[in-house]
Design a protein around this ligand. Structure first.
Ligand code: ADE
Ligand code: ZN
Length: 340
């Protein structure tokens, strides 16, 4: 890392977080507190015991731990408390804008009412303004559930449309290509919602899936997606459309054998709107700033690169143009002040 960019500089650098799963921000302490509050037996009673279960080396092995943990989330207040704890933590990492994922089917499939989920998260997002964070929600469909279940979910969620700005697709990508969800994404687009989809790292058919999200779905953003580096024609398409990638370096080092730093820097230097994000920070141990620090150290980034990454995070966001410009000015002022 360039000696002029310290961890403190990267932490306070104004940034947007565009790829964080609110359910992935459930820290062991809150998990245990909610288990007690709701009388749910999670099989562990100390933080050390919870952490001892965090053994994963692939997306599938991570998801096998991630979903059962959600049993502690039941009431609207639980969702509010989870998201609020995340926003407070994110603010300490210089995060000024959040576009956060949530997984309604992971809760409705357990009998939790959809309104507990949406209204709890949405109340927390509104209250985050009081700590200097502008926040909106992205409703994700679980791609290992059926297309019909996704359609039922959007139908149930549309009456709450004022509470989310876009839809996404997450969970296990294997054998669940983007085209499986073409209809529900077309409905979301017609409703004026923004579209994004996970294209997880090193999946079977990664390039085919990236081509589908661009050609068939017509997404506004891609989550992860660094395998695109293998296909220059698709990189060109990304550049033409100005589509951002929400990359997650620390998450990559858990669910694959590599951070994919070289791929991210290669794409960044080709002009792709690469952004850095935390994905599931309670599980991977790094919030937004931790991801900037990890990539800067691994790739030896200089000031220009880290400033571009921070600016990309606002440019790839779904804020209005004047709002983006205002945050970009804030970055310039921050850099100038820290150089003075
Ligand atoms: N759900 C939570 N984190 C995820 C990830 N990294 N990929 C796919 N689904 C997820
Ligand atoms: Zn993710």
């Amino acid at each position: 890392m360039d000696s002029t960019i310290t961890p403190e500089f990267l932490t306070a650098l104004p940034k947007a977080e565009l790829h964080v799963h609110l359910e992935g921000t459930l820290e062991p302490e809150l998990k245990l507190a909610l288990a007690t509050r709701n009388g749910v037996d999670i099989g562990q009673s100390t933080v050390a015991e919870v952490k001892a279960t965090y053994a994963f080396d692939s997306l599938a092995s991570f998801l096998a731990i991630y979903y059962p943990a959600m049993n502690v989330l039941v009431e609207e207040q639980d969702f509010y408390d989870l998201a609020t704890a995340y926003f407070v933590r994110a603010a300490a990492d210089g995060v000024r804008r959040v576009e956060a994922f949530f997984d309604p089917q992971a809760h409705t499939s357990r009998g939790v009412p959809l309104e507990n989920v949406i209204l709890g998260y949405s109340r927390a997002a509104a209250d985050a303004a009081s700590i200097g964070i502008s926040a909106d929600l992205i409703l994700c469909f679980l791609r290992d559930m059926s297309a019909e279940s996704a359609l039922e979910t959007i139908t149930a969620a549309l009456p709450f449309k004022e509470h989310f700005i876009g839809v996404g697709l997450d969970s296990d990508e294997r054998d669940n290509p983007p085209s499986k969800f073409a209809r529900v994404f077309a409905i979301a687009r017609a409703e004026g919602l923004k579209l994004t989809m996970h294209c997880d790292i090193d999946q079977v058919g990664s390039i085919d899936n990236i081509r589908e999200v661009l050609d068939v779905i017509g997404v506004d953003r891609i989550d992860h997606g660094t395998n695109i580096v293998e296909n220059p024609a698709l990189v060109e398409l990304l550049l033409e459309r100005g589509i951002g990638l929400t990359c997650c370096p620390v998450s990559n080092s858990f669910v694959t054998d590599d951070m994919k730093a070289a791929e991210m820097v290669d794409l960044l230097h080709r002009g792709v709107k690469v952004t850095l994000n935390s994905d599931d920070p309670a599980y991977f141990g790094a919030y937004a700033a931790g991801n900037y620090i990890a990539l800067a150290e691994k790739a030896g980034l200089g000031l220009d690169d880290v400033v571009t990454l921070a600016k990309n995070s606002f440019e790839a966001s779904w804020l209005s143009e004047p709002e983006k410009q205002s945050y970009l000015r804030e970055i310039d002022e921050y850099v100038a002040a820290s150089r003075a």
